[in-house]
Design a protein. Structure first.
Length: 302
């Protein structure tokens, strides 16, 4: 898959840049398509100096990614993307340089994954009610491998199952019709609030960043979250942000004295389409990486 992705880039004449860091990516530890070691190899081919592994509600892929990073001289940033809810909207909080071995963080993330598991069953139950019989046991079996300890299963895996059954053509249609916020099988069980996720990240010695604010559908909500949560940064450049979004969130970051970060939110390719964006398509300088690292280092000393 890694080779196929970069072959496509070469064929359409897009130059592969060099340097910097992509601060948002997902591996098979959650809902990405690339194993952690392969993700780092892909980062190397993309010319990145650093890559943040930020799987949903798990740090299970970090050790493997860090080990591969040492081999390829890629700085792997231990990260996580924590699922929260505010005013009925799914809000994602990124943590960088968290202590992935911290027992309190591991226990907290385990609780979140149990909520995710409960939500998955609720989704498959709603699909079954709509004449699309499917179980989570079937979804996991179709992965073709046993789940690793701490691995997180999410909606993209259910979307894959819907594609394989011919219910939808691709993941986008699966989310639009069934799994997204306006889908007929969407559910949103109670979760922690954004400020609680920020506390978890700080407790684990990490830096806190609000992920992809445009996806929440309300800048008023985003500003309220930033005011309450007081993040260290805001993800200004994201694969789903256009130029106007970047301008707005850059201004918001400046107003709240937040670091401006960037991430592709790369999940790999499904049905030949990269979701959300290609690895390395959004990147920041190593100066930004060092800012986040210094915040985390100071936090661990307090």
């Amino acid at each position: 898959m890694t080779t196929e992705i970069f072959s496509e880039i070469a064929e359409i004449g897009i130059p592969i840049p060099h340097g910097g860091a992509d601060l948002h990516s997902h591996t098979t530890a959650s809902d990405g398509m690339e194993a952690p070691r392969d993700q780092v190899r892909l980062a190397h081919r993309a010319g990145l100096e650093a890559l943040a592994v930020t799987d949903h509600d798990t740090v299970a892929g970090i050790a493997e990614a860090v080990a591969e990073g040492h081999k390829l001289d890629i700085h792997v940033i231990p990260g996580v993307e924590i699922s929260t809810v505010e005013s009925g909207v799914d809000i994602h909080i990124l943590g960088y340089y968290v202590n992935e071995c911290d027992p309190v963080l591991l226990e907290r993330l385990s609780r979140l994954r149990k909520t995710r598991d409960y939500r998955n069953v609720m989704i498959t139950d709603k699909l079954t009610e709509q004449g699309i019989p499917i179980t989570m046991e079937e979804v996991v079996a179709e992965l073709g491998r046993p789940l690793a300890d701490g691995e997180s299963v999410g909606r993209p895996h259910i979307a894959d199952a819907l594609v394989r059954r011919g219910v939808v053509q691709d993941m986008r249609e699966a989310f639009d019709k069934y799994l997204g916020a306006n889908g007929t099988a969407y559910v949103n069980p109670p979760r922690i609030r954004p400020y609680e996720a920020a506390e978890w990240i700080r407790d684990a010695g990490g830096a806190v960043v609000l992920a992809h604010p445009v996806l929440y559908g309300s800048d008023e909500l985003v500003e309220r979250i930033v005011t309450e949560m007081k993040p260290d940064g805001i993800e200004v450049w994201h694969s789903d942000h256009d130029e106007q979004d970047v301008e707005r969130y850059a201004a918001l970051a400046q107003r709240f004295n937040c670091i401006m970060t960037a991430g592709s939110d790369f999940h790999g390719a499904r049905q030949g389409k990269v979701f959300h964006g290609q690895l390395g398509s959004r990147r920041v300088s190593m100066d930004t990486v060092n800012e986040l690292r210094h915040i985390a280092e100071r936090r661990r000393l307090t």
